[in-house]
Design a binder for this molecule. Structure first.
Ligand SMILES: Cc1ncc(COP(=O)(O)O)c(C=O)c1O
Length: 429
């Protein structure tokens, strides 16, 4: 069979309905400055779906440095991979400052968080080692685990008893292979907002021999007294052996970093394939990330503002009977009941009639008949935004309970042709 023909038929779970969802439910275009309000299909929307936690995306000092650095260096500089020709004093300065910020000996920048994370997992272990990881780990960890040629044992999400069972199995196995054990979890699980149980995991180090790798994409800048993340928040930062942070959320930028001991970072710099064989981070991103780090460190008001909004949103929603699951971070999931029809009709109503833009998560990411509306509060939101959202959520949840979103078919279908802007939009019949 011709490969292209096969792909056309297969489409994949997200591609199958692109003909009626492209530009609205998938690949929507939010326009204007990144802020609490942005424009979507010519309407101003209150946006709760951007990880600009600290509101830095549009901070004047950040915009100034980004612009000046782009003018001074362009995006080409430096050319080549770090190891060959793409290193600079500024890259190394950012690494030093990040190490100090997250309280680790050394740091390696990675160009994209996702690639860096997957590739670091790959670099850390060989076929004799065993990876033990949380079942709800982000796709970048799963991809890293997929590259691993040895055994991997998954444990039920945040279930410490199940983790211990897998650690026992891993321990037994490495006795025969002579390998080591790596446990991987997240600081904050980005969908439901619950923190990884780092204190309990670290406690298991007393009984089992393993190293802990934490992906703290959502924790860095948002949790901990100084913003150093979930480890600092839970008082176990020194027990995290390898720490990952992204620049794509609280930093409102691109790229990420891995911090650990000097020896481990030295090893990673010489063995992480996605960094050795790829161009180094462009200078405007490095200088921009240095500036962002400075604001994270020196202007705690951004984190305070974020939490003012997050606390108001979460307590207001809870007071009105909404189920926010187990969140203990800024990520604010609202769990409702309903299928795909109710979910998409509800989002359509929220956007078109109430001018609120949130992310929608449905089966298979969450169980059948669960609608997850994931709200990301930021320092750029206001308490009026919070009040308006809570009032609107009461309206839409009442409509959901009264079956108003399931009376007729997909109400938005007749509008769909207006938002499909892509020729290849596809409906798999
Ligand atoms: C938990 C987690 N890890 C890693 C990543 C990837 O980071 P980046 O966007 O920097 O590639 C994300 C981003 O969505 C994430 O949520």
């Amino acid at each position: 069979m011709d490969l292209f023909e096969k792909l056309k038929q297969r489409r994949g779970p997200l591609g199958q309905i692109s003909g009626i969802t492209y530009g609205y439910f998938q690949f929507p275009k939010l326009e204007g400055d990144i802020a609490n309000k942005m424009v979507f299909r010519d309407q101003e929307m209150l946006v709760w779906s951007i990880n600009n936690y600290l509101g830095l995306a549009n901070h004047p000092e950040i915009r100034k440095v980004d612009g000046e650095s782009a003018t001074a260096h362009g995006f080409s500089n430096p050319m080549g991979a770090r190891m060959m020709s793409g290193n600079s004093v500024t890259h190394e300065r950012l690494e030093e400052e990040l190490s100090a910020f997250v309280m680790k000996e050394d740091t390696m920048l990675v160009n994209y968080g996702y690639m860096g994370m997957a590739s670091t997992v790959d670099a850390l272990v060989d076929r004799n080692d065993v990876i033990v990881y949380d079942s709800e780990c982000h796709a970048c960890i799963i991809d890293g685990v997929r590259m691993h040629q040895g055994k991997r044992f998954v444990y039920a999400h945040n279930n410490i008893e199940k983790l211990e069972v897998q650690l026992k199995r891993a321990e037994k196995l490495v006795e025969t292979t002579g390998g080591a054990v790596l446990v991987i979890t997240e600081g904050v699980f980005g969908m439901a907002g619950d923190q990884g149980k780092l204190v309990e995991i670290v406690e298991l180090k007393k009984k089992y021999d393993f190293r802990l790798f934490v992906d703290d994409a959502h924790g860095i800048g948002t949790l901990g007294a100084t913003g150093a993340g979930t480890g600092e928040e839970q008082g176990v930062q020194d027990q995290i052996d390898i720490y990952f942070g992204t620049f794509a959320k609280a930093f409102a930028s691109v790229g990420g970093f891995i911090s650990s001991t000097e020896d481990v970072v030295d090893y990673l710099k010489h063995n992480t394939r996605s960094q050795i064989f790829a161009k180094s981070m462009p200078m405007p991103l490095v200088e921009g990330n240095l500036k962002r780090l400075e604001l994270l460190r020196d202007q705690p008001e951004h984190k305070a503002n974020l939490w003012k909004i997050a606390n108001a949103l979460q307590s207001g929603l809870k007071a009105n009977g909404f189920n926010l699951g187990e969140t203990n971070s800024c990520v604010t999931p609202v769990f409702l009941e309903g299928g795909l029809m109710e979910a998409t009709n509800l989002i359509f109503d929220l956007r078109e009639n109430h001018q609120i833009f949130t992310s929608l998560v449905v089966y298979p990411v969450v169980p059948k008949n669960v609608i997850l509306l994931r709200l990301i509060p930021t320092a750029a939101h206001t308490l009026e935004d919070v009040d308006y959202t809570i009032k609107t959520f009461e309206i839409i949840s009442n409509k959901l309970k009264n079956n108003e979103y399931s009376k007729d078919e997909f109400t938005w279908i007749k509008e769909a042709p207006k938002w499909i802007t892509k020729k290849s939009g596809y409906v798999n019949t």
